[in-house]
Design a protein around this ligand. Structure first.
Ligand code: G3H
Ligand code: 13P
Ligand code: ZN
Length: 324
């Protein structure tokens, strides 16, 4: 059975990105895997009147079950209205790795999908991305493709590497595939251990010159930044203070994301920052109140802290607050 995202109350990313491009901000794309993360995202975006892209990875689908996620998503749309917010909400597949998973999500009510074929040779990336676009567009679902490979946590990103997006490829890729947005690699990285450095001051700056070159070649085309968590050092210190072990966890400085959000970057992906805040707060309660065994008593404070973190992103980093 095929379910249209329109019946569930979601929107695709077309208008969201057009507005973000026009007004110089980025739409937040927050990953969720459970109820508390979703509640925090919706509360924060409703309170700050920000559009939002709810991101579901393959891992999230395996963890939370596709049917449950769909109904959580539909509930989130209704709940946002009850909160008095008239914000657009998209349900997006993050890092889809095959035509089949993208099709499954289109058929299950997602309004946007990413096909991440960036590890394949250019022509194969084009062919797979085009196939997904052809199917998704029949259902008015938008598609994000990717060119260039983000540095992994093992990669020494301080050195120049050929994994950055090659600006010479972007025009051809966009034309041949028909994608609606393009994720690029300009020095961001997934996870909490983004760079092999011992302090946040040593984090290498993003390659804005590559972004500018890309903008020149595909003017007005929506660009996406993955791996954009800032890895708040207060949260890292809390985790370590309450028995955790996270050494040399560093992220992308907020100042650089602010600059990116004003450019053609229309979507900024954040997952790890949410994981950190949640873990820090759960650890704190469990250590300070060892008698506590009601999950609501340790997940509740973590959820409250998440709301504040997401609101801060919308208001002070991405600039998406107050847009609706
Ligand atoms: O970019 C990856 C996202 O952070 C999702 O991570 O695959 O562990 O759910 P995951
Ligand atoms: P972070 O690990 O930096 O939060 O990146 C998340 C992401 O890119 C999801 O696709
Ligand atoms: Zn990503």
């Amino acid at each position: 059975m095929t379910i249209s995202y329109k019946e569930l109350g979601f929107v695709n990313t077309k208008e969201m990105f057009a507005n973000a491009m026009k007004d110089g901000y980025a739409v937040p794309a927050y990953n969720f895997n459970n109820l508390e993360q979703l509640q925090a995202i919706i509360t924060a975006c409703a309170e700050s009147k920000s559009p939002v892209i709810l991101q579901v990875s393959k891992g999230a689908r395996n963890y939370a079950n596709g049917t449950l996620l769909r109904h959580l998503g539909r509930g989130a749309v209704e709940w946002a209205k009850e909160l008095g917010a008239n914000i657009p909400i998209a349900l997006h597949l993050d890092h889809g790795d095959s035509f089949e998973i993208c099709k499954e999500c289109v058929d299950a009510g997602f309004s946007s999908v990413m096909i991440d074929a960036s590890h394949l040779p250019f022509d194969e990336n084009v062919a797979l991305t085009k196939k997904v676009v052809e199917y998704a567009h029949q259902h008015d679902v938008t598609v994000e493709g990717e060119l260039g490979v983000l540095a992994g946590i093992e990669d020494d990103v301080v050195a120049e590497k050929s994994t950055y997006t090659n600006p010479e490829d972007v025009e051809d890729f966009v034309k041949k595939t028909g994608v609606d947005s393009l994720a690029i690699s300009i020095g961001t990285s997934h996870g909490a251990f983004k760079f092999k450095v011992s302090s946040p001051d040593e984090v290498p700056p993003l390659k804005f010159e590559i972004l500018e070159e890309i903008e020149k070649r595909i003017p007005g085309f929506p660009i996406v930044l993955h791996g954009a968590s800032s890895i708040d050092q207060t949260a890292v210190a809390e985790i370590n203070k309450y028995g955790g072990k996270m050494e040399n966890a560093v992220g992308i400085p907020e100042e650089q994301l602010r600059k990116a959000a004003k450019s053609a970057v229309c979507k900024i992906n954040i997952d790890s920052d949410g994981r950190l805040v949640m873990t820090a707060n759960v650890r704190k309660v469990l250590i300070e109140k060892p008698e506590e065994f009601d999950p609501r008593k340790y997940l509740g404070p973590a959820r409250d802290a998440l709301v504040e973190m997401y609101k801060n992103k919308n208001e002070n980093v991405l600039g998406s607050a107050g847009r609706y």
